[in-house]
Ligand binder design. Sequence first.
Ligand SMILES: [Fe+2]
Length: 305
Amino acid sequence: MSDSEPGRGAAGVPAGQQARERELVGLVTASFRKTEDPRLRQLMEALVAHLHAFLREVRLTEAEWQQAIAFLTAAGHITDDRRQEFILLSDILGASMQTIAINNEAYQNATEATVFGPFFVEGSPEIEPGGDIAAGASGEPCWVEGTVTDTSGQPVPHALIEVWEADRDGFYDVQYDDGRVAARGHLFTDAGGRYRFWAVAPTPYPIPHDGPVGLLLAATARSPMRASHLHFMVKAKGFRTLVTHIFVRGDEFLDRDSVFGVKDSLVLDFMSQPPGTPTPDGRNLGDRAWSRVRFDIVLPPTAAP
Ligand SMILES: [Fe+2]
């Protein structure tokens, strides 16, 4: 059965064999023809076309097919309400970023979107203006401030801002087993569209790599590291919801982020403040150094493409 030798490629497959393979693609595609939802039909027909094209192009072996099933099974087994292996898989394949690119076309001067990631949790604590999201998370204090405006510069009052980040050790609260809620919160812009809060300075961290996605990264000589970042999700009536991060200028992983999330416009100056530098809100940090960053957010209207 030399036709199925790996690496031979579809080009070397005899015409009769190619016809049988195409016939199967046609049968599977046709099996969806009674789908009532036209979008579902389109998705399934395109999925069949691309999946079969992939199988035929690489001449997938039965052993490789079994390995793929085992991989997906392991991804399912490690996934629960705190660990989401499938988002990690989507992220490291660039599928998350591609979906974001498709659905968030650049619109005038609106802030760019990036990956959502697996660590957002509904029901974060509300933070008063100038409050601290750290809630005991380790890390250097970081003052974050800015505005939320529309694309013409008009302030957006009472916009909901969700923020979340890893601690100094590179872990989100949900990665600990003690049920802590830390380094996440939500707040609202004031009447002038302004916001401000304390967080901890972002540091690089590896995406969870003790599961099947980690094995895949290792087998393909890829690093699990993400560039330092702070997650934002901003919602306001009449505007497209923005899911994004801000990144730290000078971070060593900006050019090799494991999930392809970095965009130049989201790389900001986090300015170091030596111990003793007065804080914007008079908070006494004693002999601790701190940093500050300004992130002015521009939301596109709901009607934007
Ligand atoms: Fe993250």
